[in-house]
Design a protein around this ligand. Structure first.
Ligand code: LLP
Length: 431
C-alpha cells in the first residue's frame, strides 16, 4: 500500500489527505488509489513478460467502472462471472474480446449475450454446460470458444470458504475426467476448444500450491494442446496479499512492512512458474483480482460512540458488515488505522458497526489508539471483495466510492439515496 501513507500526522492517498475526502463525501467511504492499481497491474504484467500472456482482472473483486477503465487503459483483459459483469466491462470501455467467462451456472441468456459480444473464452465447469453452450451457439449460428476448468485437486492452504481446487468443491472437472470431456466436446460442432483453465483458490500466500497444480496439469495439457490445437492455458487468480503488516502493532510505518515481510511477489511467482509454463508454447492467462485491487483501496469510517462495558472497550463506527463483510464472513483481518495520528497509549478495543448482529465487527481485542466521537478510522486492504460484497441489510445505503490520482480525487460512485433501496418494491394491491 505504498500510495497510502502518513504525511505528518495525516493519512494520505497519493497526494490527497483522506480526511478531506471524508469531510466532503461523508462516510462510510471507499477510497481507491489509481497509482496502486496501475503499479500492481504492471508488476504482474511485467513479471510475466517472458511468455505471451494476458492479465484478465477478476471483475468480481472490484467492479467500479473507474477501476475497470483504469485497467482497460493499461491493456488488461477481464475475468467475468455473470452477464452483468460483462455489461459493466463494456460500459467501462473494456473489450469483450479480452474477457473470459467463468462460473458454474451460466444461464442461456448469459451465454447468448456473451457469444454475441464475442468473448475470448467460456470457461466451462461441467459437461451439461458445454452442451448448453453448443446449443446456444448452434441457434445463433456461431462457434463458441471454450476452455474447460480443470480441478487439479490441490489444497491451496487458504480459508475453506475460498478454496476451490479440491474435489470437495463445486468447481471445475476432475483432472482424470478432463481428457474424456475434451474428446466428447470435440464432437460438438458449435464449440471451438480454445484452452484449458484452472483456479485453485484465493488469497494464496505461497507459490507451492500453484506449482503443484501446474505440475499436475502439464502432462494433460501437452496431450490436449496437440490433439485439440489449444491456444491458451489460464492459471486463474489467487495471488495473496498482506493484510496484516508485521509492524502493525505500534509502528507508524505500517505500510512499509509489506516490503519487509516475506510474501509472494509477482517476481517470485513468475520465477517459479515460468520454467513450467514457457515450454508449453501456449498463451498464458492470469485472472488476478485481489492482488491488483486489494491493497488499492480502504474503507473510511467515522467513530460514533465509544462504549465501555465491564469487559470491553467498544468503538462503534458508522460502517458495518453490510459495507465490508469479510471480517464477519471469513474472520478476515483488516488493519485499522486513524486518519489523524494522535499518539498516546493504545487500548484493547473491538471495532463494531451499528447492525443488530454480534457478527457485525471489524476487529476484536485489538490494541488501537484511543479514539472518540467524530474521529475517522480507515480499514485497510478493502479494495478487493469490499464494496462489491456490500448489501442493503438493515436498510443501509451502499457507501460512496472515490478514486484518487495524484492530487485529484473524483467521486466514482455516489452514496446510494436511502429511498432507492425500496424503489423497486410494490405494496401488494390488497393491502
Ligand atoms: N478466477 C476465478 C475463476 C475465481 O473464482 C476467482 C475468485 C478469481 C479468478 C480471482 O481470485 P483472486 O485473484 O481475487 O484471489 N470473497 C472472497 C474471495 C472469493 C474469490 C472468488 N473467486 C474474499 O473476500 O476473500
Amino acid at each position: 500500500m505504498h500510495e497510502f501513507c502518513y504525511v505528518g500526522k495525516k493519512l494520505f492517498c497519493e497526494g490527497v489527505a483522506i480526511e478531506t475526502l471524508a469531510e466532503k463525501y461523508g462516510t462510510p467511504l471507499y477510497v481507491y488509489s489509481q497509482g496502486t492499481l496501475t503499479r500492481h497491474f504492471q508488476e504482474l504484467d511485467g513479471a510475466m513478460a517472458p511468455v505471451e500472456h494476458r492479465v484478465c482482472f477478476a471483475v468480481k473483486s472490484n467492479s467500479n467502472q473507474s477501476v475497470l477503465r483504469t485497467l482497460a487503459n493499461l491493456g488488461s483483459g477481464f475475468d467475468i462471472v455473470s452477464g452483468g459483469e460483462l455489461q459493466r466491462v463494456i460500459a467501462a470501455g473494456g473489450d469483450a474480446r479480452n474477457c473470459v467467462f467463468a462460473g458454474v451456472g451460466k444461464t442461456e441468456a448469459e451465454i447468448e449475450f456473451a457469444l454475441r459480444q464475442g468473448v475470448y473464452s467460456f470457461n466451462a465447469e461441467s459437461e451439461p454446460e458445454l452442451q448448453r453452450i453448443n446449443r446456444v451457439a448452434a441457434r445463433l449460428k456461431k462457434i463458441a470458444p471454450v476452455a474447460v476448468r480443470v480441478n487439479p485437486n490441490v489444497d491451496a492452504h487458504t480459508h475453506a470458504k475460498i478454496t476451490t481446487g479440491t474435489y470437495e468443491n463445486k468447481f471445475g472437472i476432475a483432472l482424470e475426467h478432463t481428457e474424456g470431456v475434451y474428446a466428447r466436446a470435440a464432437k460438438l460442432k458449435h464449440l471451438r476448444l480454445r484452452g484449458l483453465q484452472m483456479h485453485i483458490g484465493s488469497q494464496l500466500t505461497a507459490v507451492a500450491p500453484f506449482e503443484q497444480a501446474v505440475r499436475k496439469v502439464v502432462p494433460l495439457l501437452e496431450k490436449l494442446k496437440v490433439r485439440h490445437r489449444l491456444e491458451f492455458f489460464s492459471i486463474g487468480g489467487g495471488l495473496g496479499i498482506v493484510y496484516q503488516p508485521a509492524l502493525a502493532s505500534g509502528a507508524a510505518a505500517w505500510w512499509q512492512s509489506a516490503a519487509g515481510k516475506k510474501i509472494m511477489t509477482p517476481r517470485i511467482y513468475a520465477a517459479q512458474l515460468l520454467p513450467l509454463l514457457q515450454p508449453l508454447g501456449l498463451r498464458i492467462l492470469m485472472e488476478p483480482g485481489r492482488f491488483i485491487s486489494g491493497n488499492s483501496g480502504l474503507l473510511v469510517t467515522r467513530v460514533e460512540f465509544v462504549k465501555r462495558t465491564g469487559k470491553k472497550n467498544f468503538v462503534i463506527v458508522d460502517a458495518a458488515m453490510n459495507d465490508l463483510i469479510r471480517p464477519a464472513f471469513y474472520d478476515a483481518y483488516h488493519e485499522i488505522v486513524p486518519l489523524t495520528q494522535k499518539g498516546g497509549a493504545r487500548i484493547s478495543s473491538d471495532v463494531v458497526g451499528p447492525i443488530c448482529e454480534s457478527g457485525d465487527f471489524f476487529c476484536k481485542d485489538r490494541a488501537l489508539p484511543k479514539v472518540g466521537e467524530g474521529d475517522y478510522l480507515a480499514l485497510l486492504s478493502a479494495g478487493a471483495y469490499g464494496f462489491v460484497m456490500a448489501s442493503n441489510y438493515n436498510t443501509r445505503s451502499l457507501a460512496a466510492e472515490v478514486l484518487v490520482n495524484g492530487q485529484r480525487a473524483a467521486l466514482v460512485r455516489e452514496r446510494q439515496p436511502v429511498a432507492e433501496i425500496w424503489s423497486g418494491e410494490k405494496v401488494a394491491p390488497w393491502l
